[in-house]
Design a protein around this ligand. Structure first.
Ligand SMILES: NC(=O)c1ccc[n+]([C@@H]2O[C@H](COP(=O)([O-])OP(=O)(O)OC[C@H]3O[C@@H](n4cnc5c(N)ncnc54)[C@H](OP(=O)(O)O)[C@@H]3O)[C@@H](O)[C@H]2O)c1
Length: 281
């Protein structure tokens, strides 16, 4: 039995169909069961919270492998503690590309969590994806629908190779169900480098409507995030990421998705075509 955390998130929504196809038994850890009402009835539900260790004991009972999505280091600690006690064998952890050189804070946080898992004595696989293509919905769909514009402090020159969450999920599914992925850290990106302006252009072409990209000053983004009540340390970490993007330090392309899955990475244009209704008013 495989336990999946982050069941309503970008990656796991894509992961569950792959695992069901492979015939594996799965259990999802959810804070609110009504959010997974749409899932097949063969998927077991465990109500729990990574912040509350007492809720994890029954969730990990009878589990061999775990797909782990966390946001704070204490969540990894809580889950690992319960997993070790329950005799879990293997953890597949969703990390981030920035953990590779762990120079900036976001990478440091994820690397610290990876290290806990490596030190746990359990088998592990670490997935280090770059920017998800689905961020473009989270960040830009409202202003595209409302104002035909994208306001983002992404600069004009910095490039990224966004990865389709489905490609990350395909790698995760293999790591969870096939041998040969233990003690591996996989850096996962798309195959094409884009500036933010070029990403916006692809959405615009697929949508068949002009979209203006406005490179807003980073300080404006910082003040906006702080005003919405976001944690100051998180805001500072995000600002560091933006600085790195603007300096073109994130222009990394790997062929790991293709190497591990045997499939070429999905393109941003194909992803946009599949999700275009998210950008339509
Ligand atoms: N976005 C990117 O470009 C990117 C790139 C590389 C790495 N990452 C990493 O990917 C991870 C996010 O993955 P994602 O985008 O698939 O997730 P997501 O869409 O952000 O969704 C978060 C999931 O985690 C669950 N969750 C949050 N807090 C929880 C808690 N205390 N206990 C139990 N479940 C909890 C949420 O459940 P609810 O439905 O209850 O809220 C939801 O299912 C983060 O670690 C991030 O650093 C992101």
């Amino acid at each position: 039995m495989i336990l999946i955390t982050g069941a309503t998130g970008n990656i796991v929504q894509e992961l569950i169909p792959f695992l069901l196809e492979s015939g594996k038994s799965i259990r999802v850890l959810v804070r609110d069961e009504s959010k997974v009402a749409h899932l097949d009835t063969c998927v077991e539900r465990a109500v729990g919270d990574l912040d509350k260790p007492e809720t994890l004991v029954s969730a990990v009972k009878g589990i061999e492998r775990i797909f782990l999505v966390t946001f704070e280091t204490h969540q990894d600690i809580n889950l690992l503690e319960a997993a070790k006690r329950a005799g879990v064998q293997h953890i597949v952890k969703l990390s981030t590309l920035e953990a590779t050189d762990h120079k900036i804070q976001v990478g440091k946080w994820h690397y610290e969590r990876e290290e806990l898992i490596r030190a746990s004595g359990l088998d592990w696989t670490v997935l280090r994806p770059g920017m998800f293509m689905s961020n473009s919905i989270e960040w830009w769909s409202d202003s595209i629908k409302g104002q035909g514009s994208v306001f983002f402090p992404g600069g004009k020159k910095g490039r990224v190779a966004p990865v389709d969450p489905r490609d990350v999920a395909r790698v995760a599914a293999l790591a969870l169900t096939q041998p040969g992925h233990s003690r591996q850290a996989y850096e996962l990106t798309g195959s094409e480098l884009f500036t933010i302006g070029q990403m916006v252009q692809v959405i615009s072409q697929v949508l068949g409507k002009p979209i203006q990209y406005v490179d807003i000053p980073p300080i404006a983004a910082k003040l906006f995030m702080l005003k919405t009540g976001m944690d100051k340390a998180l805001v500072n970490a995000l600002m560091e990421m933006l600085k790195s993007l603007r300096k073109n330090e994130g222009a990394i392309v790997t062929d790991t998705v293709q190497h591990v899955t045997g499939h070429p990475q999905r393109t941003f244009e194909a992803w946009c075509r599949e999700h275009i209704e998210a950008f339509q008013a």
